[in-house]
Design a protein around this ligand. Structure first.
Ligand code: PEP
Length: 244
């Protein structure tokens, strides 16, 4: 269960949030939990998450190790402050910052080389879904994004763009259909090692719909935006099916 805070929370808000989250999920041994705060909160978060069952993730990374790239952050910088994962290819980065499949692939390669796990996002727009192109888009993004990438420490996030931040969630049937398709494609790419890759769902996941999404055979977890900004709702998502 991964929280993507996007451009939300200052460093002090991050400290306050994590100090409440840690005790609330400390006994949750059967769920992997990750928090992706903004860059400016990573140091504070790393400090608060030390010796807990929650790992630190970044929301983006650049593909060069160092140099004249004003405003960018390298994989080594993230590793150095304690990040274990990085989100790559989020649709907001593809949409607002012109990230192509090629750039996403370079970022994944660089992150992996530095020892980071990757939460690799794919997903179709509403126009693509309406035009019957969902599988075509997922295939292209998966094959290009994962070109030359090993399965280890790779998490794939299926995030239909029309469901992100819109309050429109994919139905369990739609999520399962897309996840099963991606699972099959991963088997073609990785053989038996495809089983190592978790496929998580993202797009308006809430405490109300998490149980039905997690009941889908091929949905292994969730990438949560809006509902991860409040401690109680993220805790409820982490404890899916446990509390009503
Ligand atoms: C996301 O940005 O990864 C996301 C899924 O956002 P939300 O949960 O707000 O739709």
């Amino acid at each position: 269960m991964a929280a993507n805070w996007k451009m939300n929370k200052t460093a002090s808000e991050t400290r306050e949030f994590i100090s409440k989250l840690v005790p609330a999920v400390s006994n949750k041994a059967d769920v992997n939990i990750a928090i992706a705060p903004p860059f400016t909160s990573l140091m504070v978060a790393a400090d608060e998450l030390e010796n807990t069952n929650i790992v630190l993730a970044a929301q983006d990374v650049f593909y060069e190790e160092k140099g004249a790239y004003t405003g960018e952050v390298s994989p080594l910088m993230l590793v150095d402050i304690g990040c274990k994962y990085v989100i790559v290819g989020h649709s907001e980065r593809r949409q607002y910052f012109n990230e192509t499949d090629g750039i996403v692939n370079k970022k994944i390669k660089a992150a992996k080389k530095a020892g980071l796990g990757v939460i690799f996002c794919i997903g179709e727009s509403l126009e693509e879904r309406d035009a019957g192109k969902t599988f075509e888009v997922l295939l292209r993004q998966t094959e290009k994004g994962l070109d030359g990438i090993d399965a280890e420490n790779t998490v794939l996030a299926y995030e239909p763009i029309w469901a992100i931040g819109t309050g429109k969630t994919a139905s369990p049937g739609q999520a399962q259909e897309a996840h099963a398709y991606v699972r099959e494609r991963l088997k073609v790419l990785y053989g038996n090692r495809a089983d190592e890759i978790c496929i998580i769902y993202g797009g308006s996941v809430t405490p109300e719909n998490v149980d039905s999404l997690m009941a889908c055979k091929d949905v292994d977890g969730a990438l949560v935006g809006g509902a991860s900004l409040k401690v109680e709702s993220f805790v409820r998502i982490v404890k899916f099916r446990e509390e009503k």
